[in-house]
Unconditional design. Structure first.
Length: 295
């Protein structure tokens, strides 16, 4: 990827087939969400993937080939209208100038991913971050209106008080209630985010999706959708282990207030951490390749 001369040109028949297959895959994953959205129906588990994360369904559905790929044929002219693309000999491609414009984001992402990858996984948090977000917060702290707390407010507070808070993810920690902040083993800050992230964290794995879409169209949609699928699965465990009662929506709780529930959580957390590892490694390679590019 050291020279624009290394571009690969995809004929229209090939890239449109890949594009259509990708769109079908996305539609299968988020079709129910899009339908609920059109009817104004909320969902406390899935909506997070489109509210906390800023990529809209239509944006996720748009296929991107990744940096260094030229889309050939007349249909590629549509891509010339999209931000981050330009016409070149043979078709349309991600604009090489975008690499320099995104350099700060690339450097941050590379540093964050490399640091996370270098540390051992910590698996003793038991998903208590969601509990800490409502601890002693009263009705105003409940983040999913209309979704009851499985153990009630007092029971939820008692669970938090019975265990240590070991959150390592700043973007979860920043939503802790004031009474929960001081209970965390380590105070977290944005400035120390890259120094604290570790691969056992559910949200560190979920955020691979965020780092991908922030680098689109330099990063390809194949990696993006795999990271999105991982985020969907991590979000499900996140909420099954939360204090909320989601059984009416088909989510059986992982009762982390019990020893058996904590053991189940750690096993699932370990599995997700192992699944995130190759995704993190792949995105890290993409970042490093892009950082060595000179137009």
């Amino acid at each position: 990827m050291s020279s624009v001369q290394h571009r690969v040109v995809l004929p229209e028949s090939e890239w449109t087939t890949r594009r259509d297959a990708y769109r079908h895959r996305v539609d299968e994953l988020i079709g129910a969400h899009v339908d609920r959205q059109s009817h104004g129906v909320t969902h406390p588990v899935v909506d997070f993937l489109f509210t906390y994360y800023s990529l809209r369904p239509a944006q996720l559905r748009r296929w991107h080939p990744g940096f260094g790929i030229v889309l050939g044929g007349d249909a590629a002219r549509r891509y010339a209208e999209y931000s981050g693309y330009r016409e070149v000999d043979g078709g349309v491609t991600a604009d090489p100038a975008l690499v320099q414009r995104r350099r700060t984001m690339l450097e941050f992402t590379e540093r964050l991913l490399a640091g996370t990858q270098s540390r051992p996984a910590q698996l003793g948090c038991f998903g208590l971050h969601e509990w800490a977000m409502v601890y002693r917060g009263g009705a105003d702290a409940v983040r999913h209106s209309g979704t009851p707390l499985r153990l009630g407010a007092d029971g939820t507070d008692a669970v938090v008080e019975s265990m240590s808070l070991r959150c390592t993810h700043y973007d979860a920690f920043r939503f802790f209630t004031p009474d929960a902040v001081g209970r965390n083993q380590v105070p977290l800050s944005r400035d120390e985010q890259a120094a604290r992230e570790q691969p056992g964290c559910l949200h560190a794995g979920m955020d691979l999706y965020k780092w991908c879409y922030k680098l689109v169209p330099l990063v390809d949609s194949d990696l993006l959708i795999r990271c999105f699928e991982h985020a969907m699965d991590a979000r499900e465990l996140d909420m099954r282990a939360s204090p909320y009662d989601l059984r009416e929506l088909g989510y059986e709780p992982v009762p982390i207030e019990t020893a058996a529930g904590r053991a189940d959580y750690v096993r699932a957390q370990q599995s997700l951490a192992e699944r995130a590892e190759p995704l993190r490694a792949e995105l890290l390679v993409r970042c490093r390749e892009l950082l060595t590019f000179r137009s």
